[in-house]
Design a protein around this ligand. Structure first.
Ligand SMILES: Nc1ncnc2c1ncn2[C@@H]1O[C@H](COP(=O)(O)OP(=O)(O)OP(=O)(O)O)[C@@H](O)[C@H]1O
Length: 255
């Protein structure tokens, strides 16, 4: 049987320890992520979705339990080291790119993700044809703005660039944190289609937080529902196909 590439085993994160506000924001959470999984992540506000991502990226260290990557315990591995094998796209288009650097420079930076060497612009010219090709796929004129500082792009262009930067160097795990939520419906739909095509074509392993029930049902091979810092439901591909939006509403109102 295939082994998971990433596991959270009995992970608990306690905050405000020893005070009346003490709370387990992750509570004995177990999750096995397999190569090629595309998992949509649902949960009400405060359920622990971002905290789950932070425990994968190393932004938080569990109070107890284990974080395992390819059979090795990595509880204390730094965020920077983990960027070698994982990337994340945030909801806010401003968070993914360096505003004063141009589109091309940001892409070059992303290509060198996880490398220790100091960033320099050597080799930029050589990469322009590739950068033109991949930005053209975004279908939003990004390919004509390779020399534009990213701070001058529209939110949609900037978020498309963030997605490209997260995937230009294949990550073992891609984390999408409501990455289309700040975009207008049209732009959001376009980026979601590109996202799905990229993940499917390149067989990426991905977790995607969304509040859009349609998207949670439409995309991916697994769907998990978080509640109070733990995984309340974990639907496999067959179970997910049978789910309706009404079922999902029910799960939320049961809680
Ligand atoms: N450092 C912290 N100290 C105290 N409480 C925290 C901390 N980080 C998160 N929390 C709390 O943990 C809970 C889970 O937060 P989290 O941001 O993971 O939820 P979420 O499911 O991503 O919510 P949303 O959908 O609103 O983004 C919340 O109640 C939040 O207030």
């Amino acid at each position: 049987m295939t082994k998971p590439i990433f596991q959270l085993k009995n992970v608990t994160k306690t905050v405000n320890t020893g005070t009346p506000e003490e709370l387990n924001i992750l509570d004995h959470l177990n999750l096995d992520i397999y190569d090629g999984d595309f998992i949509t992540v649902l949960g009400s506000n405060g359920a622990g979705k971002s905290t789950l991502f932070n425990s994968i990226t190393g932004n938080i260290t569990p109070t107890s339990g284990d974080v395992i990557y390819k059979n090795s315990k990595i509880n204390k591995m730094s965020v920077v080291k983990r960027t070698k094998f994982l990337s994340r796209v945030f909801q806010d288009p401003k968070l993914g790119t360096a505003p004063r650097m141009t589109v091309a420079e940001n892409l070059l930076l992303a290509e060198k993700r996880g490398e220790h060497r100091l960033f320099n612009l050597r080799g930029l010219k050589k990469q322009i044809p590739l950068f033109k090709k991949i930005t053209a796929k975004m279908n939003n004129s990004l390919d004509k703005r390779l020399n534009t500082p990213t701070g001058n792009l529209s939110g949609g262009q900037r978020q498309a660039l963030s997605f490209l930067m997260a995937t230009i160097k294949r990550p073992d795990i891609l984390l999408l944190d409501e990455h289309t939520a700040a975009l207008d419906p049209n732009t959001s739909e376009k980026l979601m289609k590109i996202t799905n095509d990229t993940i499917t074509d390149e067989k990426l392993t991905c977790l995607m937080i969304t509040h859009q029930l349609e998207d949670a049902l439409k995309y991916g091979n697994r769907l998990i529902v978080l509640h109070k810092g733990t995984i309340a439901y974990d639907f496999n591909s067959d179970e997910k196909k049978k789910l309706s939006k009404e079922d999902l509403y029910k799960f939320f109102s049961e809680k």
